[in-house]
Design a protein around this ligand. Sequence first.
Ligand code: MG
Length: 203
Amino acid sequence: MKIICIGMNYGTHIREMGHEFPEKPVFFLKPDTSIIQRNRPFFLPEFSQNVQYELELVVRICKVGKCIQKKFAPTYYSEIALGIDFTARDIQKECIANGHPWTIAKGFDGSAPVSAFVPKSNYKDIRNINFSLLLNGKEVQHGNTSQMIFSVDDIICHISEYCTLKMGDLLFTGTPQGVGQVKIGDHLQAYLENRCMMDFYVR
Ligand code: MG
């Protein structure tokens, strides 16, 4: 399986990073070794001095598809979750400055904690779901999927033009504003509407 992540999909986050708004979805991959599940701790890597959280809605692909038309995109996923796209921001800045890929900054071991999945049918409208992240009990990120620049269906349509989607692939759909650094001992809790989906520590 592969993990596909969308960058720069919320205007509030693009502004805080000082980036330009993209014309098409920007995506990159993380390896399967970046996944952490069942609230296991996130171990801070030693090679970075500035690892940051990015809370994102995650979609799991449920069947194989290539060049998927937007109108059929909803049939390619039935479950959603929350995930954190941990990013070594200092390393990412170096990569950008040198014109290098972001893989080292985004794809290290443990860089993609994911919650349990819930049926998307639990929610009336996938384009209107609130999600939030608490750091040591204080809310640091809050987003609503209506704020996405590219919807889940747009993303599936675009990516499948280049990469065949397969059952079990995960799609991280971008983060809203409020990203920030984590330290050893930090406690992270992620909520999808009022439901606590993730509750884990940084070690
Ligand atoms: Mg991200």
